[in-house]
Design a protein around this ligand. Structure first.
Ligand SMILES: C[S@@+](CC[C@H](N)C(=O)[O-])C[C@H]1O[C@@H](n2cnc3c(N)ncnc32)[C@H](O)[C@@H]1O
Length: 351
């Protein structure tokens, strides 16, 4: 792959086994996607987050947009005054009913990864919840760079649901954190792309009327990674990293009061939820001398929700932190987590 050194090439061969991009269903994609589905691939909260990300990152005045692997909704908010939105996908009825599109093209990128557009055509290429179906992502990413104008952006948004029969093996076998690395690797394989950036949204509550809301399952996680094609015109505005809302902030005075009360209430000062007693695992990395801590395991705690962005901005991709209370020393401190499951196995029943 262009742009790789010898070590990267070895890692590449190791990660991508010969069957890495095979699927359970290897029949022609046009057959699978001929069936109209018109389903929502994300819950409403996650869709709002996707719209917010797209709306913030598109800075061009009258952008020409390619929605790559488009369905019936392109998730482009009304605030984006697109000059043109081209949808490329496989289901004609869904593309026809997509109100954002000014035209559409039926084209199978797995059969032919060459995109049917000229060089330097688009300001933005969007690819939403579909990268897991690409069997030739390196070629497709290289093609997106070719069709983007200098300074144009490829924005790849992914989550954790999929059609398992059509998702590629390496995606299915990867954790959510590893998928971030996969997508980054696709970007990095194309020398024309500049630095990648990432925002993560995890743990937001589902809307009350969502069919899974009563199960306490949080909103679908959203990972959005983007990079610009090198060569942006001098002096052009910079894209702002979207700041994803993380619940209503507690007032500073209320926060200080909650901190003072933690010893008595064991409530997280950020969200007010009671922290859970947590047995410190015996590992070579923990130096704490007490046996138990208290940790806020509220997946929608604003401290945790904000943490994904804070950690990313400090170079710790795919991490956040939870609020922890050390009862022996009466101090609050952050404990890092790579996902929402982490640390939960050591929660112990309350006394
Ligand atoms: C999970 S849906 C996502 C649709 C849309 N991007 C969205 O955000 O709702 C996957 C989409 O990828 C398209 N797709 C799947 N395989 C494809 C292929 N080989 N070539 C082109 N499009 C493909 C399908 O038409 C389908 O609309």
């Amino acid at each position: 792959m262009a742009g790789r050194n010898a070590i990267q090439e070895k890692v590449h061969q190791w990660v991508y086994s010969e069957d890495a991009f095979q699927r359970l269903d290897e029949t022609d994609d046009t057959i699978f996607y001929k069936t109209d589905r018109f389903v929502s691939h994300l819950d409403r909260t996650a869709l709002d987050t996707v719209e917010q990300i797209i709306g913030t990152l598109i800075i061009e005045d009258r952008p020409v947009i390619l929605d790559l692997m488009a369905g019936w909704d392109s998730h482009i908010p009304e605030s984006v005054p697109a000059a043109e939105v081209v949808g490329l996908g496989l289901n004609e009825n869904e593309l026809k009913s997509n109100k954002a599109l000014t035209r559409y093209i039926l084209h199978d990128i797995n059969a032919d990864p060459t995109l049917p557009f000229g060089d330097n055509t688009f300001d933005v290429v969007l690819n939403t919840v579909s990268v897991d179906y690409m069997t030739r992502p390196f070629q497709v990413f290289a093609e997106t760079a070719r069709v983007l104008k200098p300074g144009g952006m490829l924005l790849v948004i992914f989550s954790n649901r999929m059609f398992p029969q059509k998702a590629v093996k390496v995606w299915k076998e990867s954790t959510e954190e590893e998928r971030i690395i996969l997508v980054e690797d696709f970007f990095k394989s194309v020398p024309d792309f500049g630095e990648t950036q990432l925002v993560v949204s995890k743990g937001k509550p589902r809307p009350a009327d969502d069919k899974y809301a009563h199960l306490g399952i949080p909103s679908d996680p959203i990972y959005a990674m983007w990079a610009e094609k090198k060569g942006a015109p001098q002096g052009r505005r910079k894209r702002r990293v979207p700041i994803l809302s993380a619940g209503a902030p507690v007032s500073p005075s209320e926060f200080e009061e909650r901190k003072r009360q933690v010893k008595k209430t064991l409530q997280c000062p950020h969200c007010g939820e009671r922290m859970k007693k947590w047995k410190i695992p015996q590992t070579p990395f923990t130096e704490w001398d007490n046996e138990f801590m208290y940790i806020c395991f509220n997946d929608a705690c604003p401290y945790l929700l904000r943490g994904w962005g804070v950690m990313e901005s400090q170079g710790n991709r795919g991490f956040s932190y939870r609020m922890m209370y050390n009862p022996d020393r009466d101090v609050l401190l952050p404990v890092p987590v790579p996902n929402l499951r982490a640390l939960k196995e050591s929660i112990v029943e309350e006394d």
